[in-house]
Design a protein around this ligand. Structure first.
Ligand SMILES: NC(=O)c1ccc[n+]([C@@H]2O[C@H](COP(=O)([O-])OP(=O)(O)OC[C@H]3O[C@@H](n4cnc5c(N)ncnc54)[C@H](O)[C@@H]3O)[C@@H](O)[C@H]2O)c1
Length: 151
């Protein structure tokens, strides 16, 4: 393992069909990592970009707030790569709604997608990191906590 690059490493990124997640996939692939691109939407465009860089990539379509879907994604990662060195919990939703218009169902959905998924995804891959004795987990949040938004 060359510790100056990500060669030989496998990175799992959620919310990888576009936005920041896609950029993380491409950035890590440029540094040599192979990529599992997880998203509720089709992440094949991301996979195509990574493969053009000469790295292995797979798209895993999964709702990361769903425990069985995440377990299945973990099984796919095991069968395709047999390792996971880097996990970026990036997927997130931010429905812009005033407190008066926020119902409990939407509140639960935001918690499930933004927070519960970080636990589920970490559970799904942490054993790989224990097996290899190395791992990095990055949880993306938002600086909007510092904003006083009307409503
Ligand atoms: N864009 C910003 O300005 C900004 C600012 C602060 C924080 N963030 C955070 O960065 C992260 C990425 O932001 P972005 O702007 O790239 O978002 P985005 O909306 O462009 O992409 C989010 C991705 O997550 C996927 N996703 C949504 N729900 C999912 C689910 N249940 N299961 C699997 N995938 C799901 C979507 O399909 C989408 O591809 C988010 O966590 C967001 O809160 C973004």
């Amino acid at each position: 393992m060359n510790f100056q690059t990500h060669e030989g490493r496998v990175a799992v990124i959620t919310g990888a069909a576009g936005g920041f997640g896609q950029a993380f996939c491409v950035g890590l692939a440029k540094r040599g990592a192979d990529i599992a691109a997880v998203d509720i939407q089709d992440a094949s465009e991301t996979v195509e970009q990574v493969r053009k860089l000469g790295r292995k990539a797979i798209a895993l379509t999964a709702d990361i707030s769903n425990p069985s879907a995440v377990a299945e994604a973990g099984a796919q990662i095991r069968s395709q790569f047999r390792r996971c060195d880097i996990l970026i919990n990036n997927a997130g939703i931010y429905p812009n709604r005033s407190f008066d218009d926020l119902d409990y169902e939407l509140w639960r959905k935001v918690q499930a997608v933004n927070l519960d998924s970080q636990v589920l995804m970490t559970k799904a891959v942490v054993d790989f990191m224990k097996e290899s004795g190395w791992g990095r987990i990055v949880n993306i949040t938002s600086n909007s906590i510092g904003l006083a938004a009307p409503g």
